[in-house]
Design a protein around this ligand. Structure first.
Ligand SMILES: NC(=O)c1ccc[n+]([C@@H]2O[C@H](COP(=O)([O-])OP(=O)(O)OC[C@H]3O[C@@H](n4cnc5c(N)ncnc54)[C@H](OP(=O)(O)O)[C@@H]3O)[C@@H](O)[C@H]2O)c1
Length: 341
């Protein structure tokens, strides 16, 4: 079978290299299944992994990409949950099935501390796969495991989002566009920001209530304040990190909720006071993807509302490098997919 691995590059190159290689197709052990992967999607995390900016990717040697979907192809001893031909998606955390998070789950994060999905076949514990909703294509399903689940976890599992509330989503990448779609479908109104007016026009087509160009309006928190009648938003999907957290704190309403998710502006300390959080009696939750049980609840909601992930562009398996380059360019809206044939 074909698989990619992230390997240390020869010479002075700073990034790990994507290396395409032949390997024997793995056999499922007891309690495992083998999945023929048909589609993967990329996340910003995959750029961090390639740059070696994650402790779990620093040495390379793993199959990249947390997110993939495919078809169960071989069943290991004792597995009753799946049959050959079942359509499934891989869970980001292989071992986080339900309940609260345990730090040991970081030891098996697909595409980071253990092999990911960018291969013809993968094996894993039967319980680390989730049924693909019937109405979705495999390419659409491949968008869900990281970005979709993270937005769901932040807004619904921890944020308790309700109809009639307001949400602020930063930028038009994978997590934020899922946040826009999920919150809109639940009857919330979404303010979304972007560096591009064209992308904001697209976001309005996906249901955005209000849009702000954060390049034109560096003080976008003031715009959020005005748009919401000087009340602030109930939820913030905070994917920016230290460079945006201060303005996100200024944007949240009294008793509101910030889902702290991303590091688009880096890993340093925030450049702002955290006092607005105190003054507003607001909540700040760290969100790291989610469990299999959350993933199943997300899928039930998606199917009920018939939400289809937004795919910006699809690449072939051989074009994996170009898919990474497209993600790095930041030109996309929503998700970037690699289809495996
Ligand atoms: N904690 C978790 O579980 C988790 C899960 C998924 C992702 N993440 C993190 O969340 C972040 C987003 O991930 P993703 O996969 O959705 O990324 P992505 O698809 O690559 O999205 C990138 C987009 O974010 C926007 N952006 C960049 N810098 C920004 C800034 N300073 N302010 C506002 N928007 C900005 C840009 O949108 P415009 O072009 O529209 O401006 C850019 O195209 C990343 O840091 C990622 O590591 C964390």
């Amino acid at each position: 079978m074909r698989r990619y691995q992230l390997q240390p590059a020869a010479g002075e190159k700073e990034e790990l290299e994507l290396v395409l290689e032949d390997a024997p197709a793995p056999d499922p052990g007891p309690g495992e299944v083998r999945v023929r992967v048909t589609a993967c999607s990329l996340n910003y995390r995959d750029l961090l992994m390639k740059r070696g900016q994650s402790a779990s990717s620093a040495g390379g040697g793993v199959v990249p990409l947390s997110d993939g979907a495919g078809v169960v192809d071989s069943i290991g001893e004792g597995v009753t949950a799946w049959r050959e031909g079942d359509r499934v998606m891989g869970a980001f955390f292989r071992d986080w099935r339900d309940g609260s998070f345990d730090m040991s789950y970081h030891q098996a994060a697909r595409g980071g501390s253990c092999d990911g999905m960018l291969a013809d076949f993968v094996v894993g514990p039967a319980e680390s796969f989730v049924a693909t909703p019937d109405y979705l294509t495999d390419a659409e399903a491949a968008c869900l495991p990281c970005a979709g689940l993270t937005a769901w976890h932040g807004l619904f599992e921890r944020g308790g989002l309700k109809a009639g509330q307001t949400v602020l989503a930063l930028g038009t990448g994978g997590v934020s566009v899922f946040g826009l779609q999920l919150a809109t479908a639940a009857g919330a109104r979404v303010v979304i920001t972007s560096s591009s007016d064209e992308k904001l026009a697209q976001a309005r087509e996906f249901g955005a209530w209000e849009t702000i160009n954060y390049r034109e309006h560096e003080d976008w928190d003031k715009r959020v304040w005005d748009i919401t009648g000087k009340r602030g938003v109930d939820h913030v999907i905070e994917v920016g990190g230290p460079g945006t957290l201060g303005r996100s704190l200024n944007s949240v309403t009294a008793g509101g909720h910030i889902a702290l998710i991303g590091v688009l502006t880096g890993f340093s300390a925030p450049d702002a006071t955290l006092f607005p959080l105190v003054a507003r009696n607001a909540d700040l939750h760290g969100i790291y993807v989610g469990s299999v049980a959350m993933f199943e609840r997300l899928n039930a909601f998606l199917a009920e509302k018939e939400i289809r992930p937004v795919i910006d562009r699809s690449f072939s398996f051989e074009e994996a490098e170009a898919a990474y380059a497209h993600l790095r360019s930041g030109e996309h809206v929503g998700k970037i997919v690699i289809e495996i044939r």
